[in-house]
Design a protein around this ligand. Structure first.
Ligand SMILES: [Zn+2]
Length: 125
């Protein structure tokens, strides 16, 4: 059961979470340039562990994923990143970000354990 609280979409960070994709834990290698100032080691890449029993999604990301797969999600989230991070106007950096997103979402897809479950809405929502 998923509790409603300060949750957000695990893809685009939209707080309007509607779906829960059951998934297992996994680790993804992410290049340092992409992780930025997240406190990860200074070497070229870092293994980032995703320990979650479910990935939350908003309607848009869930529909995009079901219709267009990982590529559609990467495009959506990549363009949202561009809006908040002007350095991503650099196509080389943007390519690194979309590569990292592709790697992450591929790992998510491989580790999915079931169909998305609708999240109950609270009254007054
Ligand atoms: Zn979303």
């Amino acid at each position: 059961m998923v509790a409603i609280g300060d949750q957000k979409c695990d893809f685009c960070s939209n707080p309007d979470v509607r779906w829960s994709f059951p998934a297992g834990d996994f680790t993804v290698k992410i290049e340092n340039e992409v992780t930025g100032d997240t406190g990860l080691p200074e070497d070229k890449s870092a293994d980032v562990a995703y320990v979650k029993d479910a990935w939350l999604a908003c309607d848009d990301c869930k529909n995009l994923y079901e219709e267009g797969g990982i590529a559609a999600l990467v495009e959506r989230v990549g363009s949202l990143y561009k809006l908040v991070d002007p350095t991503l106007a650099d196509p080389r950096l943007y390519e690194k970000v979309t590569e990292a997103l592709t790697r992450l979402y591929t790992a998510f897809q491989v580790n999915r354990t079931g169909l998305p479950v609708p999240i109950e809405r609270q009254e007054g929502d």
